[in-house]
Design a protein around this ligand. Structure first.
Ligand SMILES: *Cc1c(COP(=O)(O)O)cnc(C)c1O
Length: 340
């Protein structure tokens, strides 16, 4: 007999779909979906199945292992591998139905020589200095005879709307798109919010699909179980380092979630569980496998109960100092992922 799952992650696929439709509508152009890192921790296959049903036809993954995990996808779904392809990837790349996003002259030469004429995308670096062919010295001749579908670039400061690099990157990218005369894609989620000037022909939202960026629907709902409840007198402390002291006689509950589950120590004395809609604050430090919450004001809790963890991404990020991205991708393997 399998032991019961200790933790649950409820994933609201209707909310995911609504977020995708909202971002596509806002961009005014065709929208793909970034499902790298196993769909930001939610499960790439389940995410992509649902978004495909909504009309999404492009999935972005990091590497060929992630592309392989989507194998068996519908033939009109285009899976794009953002890290491109190197010599070690070639056997896999030629056997998997996915397109590399070529990021360097070496990758372009490799795909030209060994890609069997297959389709590819290209990434141009317009100022982030991470991945891509440099925008200075960019020349279209190097792709002559190749089947290039889309040219990409990525914004370094899209979440800082006033940053001057946004406009610079946009203008540099526009020159590249015009020179190539093919579909361009620049915007991630935050880029979509910068306006239609940044949309070009296609957008690549990620975090917003999963409930990041204030204003979109929450998608991920973790819950944990109560192991023990205890009454502590005023003046007692709780947890490692005794960082919390009871200001009044209190009732505490110990939950089976900790930093090994991605509930990181930034939630020490800042996070909360939700009990009957009321916040039951985390008291003391987050441990590896446990947290302690204060249920003095929400006492109807007993060992074995399931308790929701407050995980609105914008609020949780503000409280914990952990980015929305890390809040999702850190969610560990101990959760049973329940798709609703
Ligand atoms: C991850 C990624 C995205 C999605 O970014 P979000 O900020 O999650 O919307 C888009 N484009 C590229 C190149 C990426 O690496």
């Amino acid at each position: 007999m399998n032991p019961p799952s200790p933790l649950r992650l409820r994933i609201d696929l209707d909310a995911l779909a609504a977020n995708w439709r909202q971002l596509r509508a806002l961009s005014g152009v065709d929208a793909g979906a970034a499902v790298k890192a196993n769909g930001y921790g939610l499960g790439a296959k389940a995410v992509m199945d649902r978004l495909y049903a909504e009309g999404c036809r492009t999935a972005y993954v990091s590497n060929w292992q992630e592309a392989g995990a989507l194998a068996g996808h519908p033939p009109d779904l285009r899976v794009k591998v953002l890290h491109g392809v190197d010599a070690g990837d070639l056997p896999a790349a030629l056997s998997i139905d996915a397109d590399p996003v070529l990021v360097s002259p070496e990758q372009v030469a490799l795909w030209r020589a060994h890609g069997q004429g297959r389709r590819c995308d290209i990434m141009v670096d317009t100022g982030m200095n991470r991945l891509g062919l440099d925008w200075r010295g960019f020349c279209t001749e190097m792709f002559a005879g190749m089947d290039v579908d889309t040219v990409h670039s990525h914004l370094a400061c899209a979440d800082l709307p006033e940053h001057p690099l946004n406009g610079l990157q946009r203008d540099r990218f526009e020159a590249v798109v015009v020179a190539l005369g093919i579909r361009g894609a620049l915007a991630n989620t935050a880029g979509i919010f910068l306006g239609h000037d940044y949309a070009f022909g296609h957008v690549r939202p990620g975090i917003g699909l999963y409930g990041g960026s204030a204003g979109l629907h929450q998608v991920v709902f973790p819950s944990a179980r109560v192991i023990q409840c205890r009454d502590v007198p005023a003046g007692d402390s709780a947890g490692y380092g005794a960082t919390w002291t009871a200001a009044r006689d209190s009732r505490l509950a110990v939950l089976n979630i900790g930093y090994a589950d991605g509930y990181l120590r930034g939630f020490s004395n800042t996070g909360a569980a939700l009990i009957g809609g009321k916040r039951a604050p985390v008291v003391g430090r987050v441990s590896m496998d446990m947290i302690i919450i204060d249920i003095t004001d929400t006492p109807a809790v007993a060992p074995g109960d399931w308790v929701d963890i407050a995980y609105n991404l914008a609020e949780a990020a503000a409280q914990s100092g952990i980015s929305e991205y890390e809040l999702l991708t850190g969610l560990g393997a101990r959760y049973e992922r329940v798709y609703a």
